[in-house]
Design a protein around this ligand. Structure first.
Ligand code: MN
Length: 293
């Protein structure tokens, strides 16, 4: 099943070019009061919600996918976990380009470990990426993303796939430079997720998926998830050996070779087999500082 959040926090099931409004299923979620859960309650309750979606779908009204605004399929992740260089050829290109990739950051994933992106960087498929540092190189990175469905800690790779709720297409937008990854990759709008979540009962094996991105029609990255150094199961084992993964946690699995710069005015089109496609414009962030009222 392809589950989307769209327009004004509506919940949808996507089939072909139509999205069916099944927001009534949200009534099943527990009412939360302060202190609010620190994980995503929709993803936590997904097995129950999915049954309800199947019941609501035949009577649901639909809209063309092209006419809706997609939000991030996860509203409230506790964390965005991300893998640094996790494809061999991307490691090689990073080693070869010392000017762009800081030497201190380019090592095997086993040594580097994982990093976190700020949850405030997260946007859905219908929002533009807003470049803040137009004077610095900012790159696209297309990535397979796994969404954690159930709490797990110290889970072994051979059991890890039982904890996955589903998959999305992700863009790990990155400013190049000497700072820590978590800083350079946490700019507002630099974590794009969508356009929907494909549940793990529909997509049970994420290895062997073709993924690609083009910018203004020019192919920049084209690879296959079979070439991941640590696959989804081993990434979950690695991450959960350090911290507990919670329902709705987002796992960016790393980008293949071919990363390159984006600039305001560009349009990115990222695709992963059996999941979907992101069509995202790049704009310059406006200069004004917005303070909370
Ligand atoms: Mn990345």
């Amino acid at each position: 099943m392809r589950i989307a959040r769209f327009n004004n926090n509506r919940l949808g099931v996507v089939e072909g070019s139509q999205i069916y409004d099944v927001s009534e299923a949200l009534e099943l979620l527990p009412e939360a009061r302060y202190p609010f859960p620190t994980h995503d309650i929709l993803i936590e309750n997904l097995p129950k919600i999915q049954l309800e979606l199947a019941k609501l779908r035949p009577k649901a009204t639909s809209l063309p996918v092209a006419d809706v605004t997609f939000l991030s399929p996860v509203a409230n992740p506790s964390k965005i976990v991300a893998a640094p260089v996790n494809y061999r050829k991307h490691l090689d290109e990073a080693i070869a380009d010392e000017k762009t990739f800081s030497r201190a950051h380019v090592r095997e994933i086993h040594e580097t470990g994982l990093f976190l992106k700020a949850t405030s960087a997260l946007i859905g498929a219908s929002s533009p990426v807003l470049i803040r540092h137009t004077d610095r190189r900012t790159d696209h990175e297309v990535e397979l993303v796994a969404i954690i469905g159930r709490t797990c800690s110290r889970v072994a790779a051979d059991e890890a796939m039982n904890y996955v709720a589903g998959y999305s297409v992700g863009l790990d937008i990155s400013v190049r430079g000497p700072e820590e990854r978590s800083f350079r990759k946490s700019v507002d709008t630099y974590a794009v997720l969508g356009p929907w979540l494909v549940t793990s009962d529909e997509l049970d094996d994420p290895s062997g998926l073709q993924l690609s991105i083009d910018v203004n029609g020019e192919v920049r990255q084209s690879a296959n998830t079979r070439d991941l150094i640590l696959d989804v199961a081993h990434l979950i084992e690695f991450a959960s050996s350090f911290y507990t993964l919670l329902p709705g946690d987002i796992l960016f699995t790393g980008t293949p070779e071919g990363v390159g710069p984006i600039r305001p005015g560009d349009r990115m089109c990222a695709k992963i087999d059996r999941i979907g496609e992101l069509n995202v414009p790049v704009e310059a962030a406006s200069g004004k500082i917005v303070a909370a009222a």
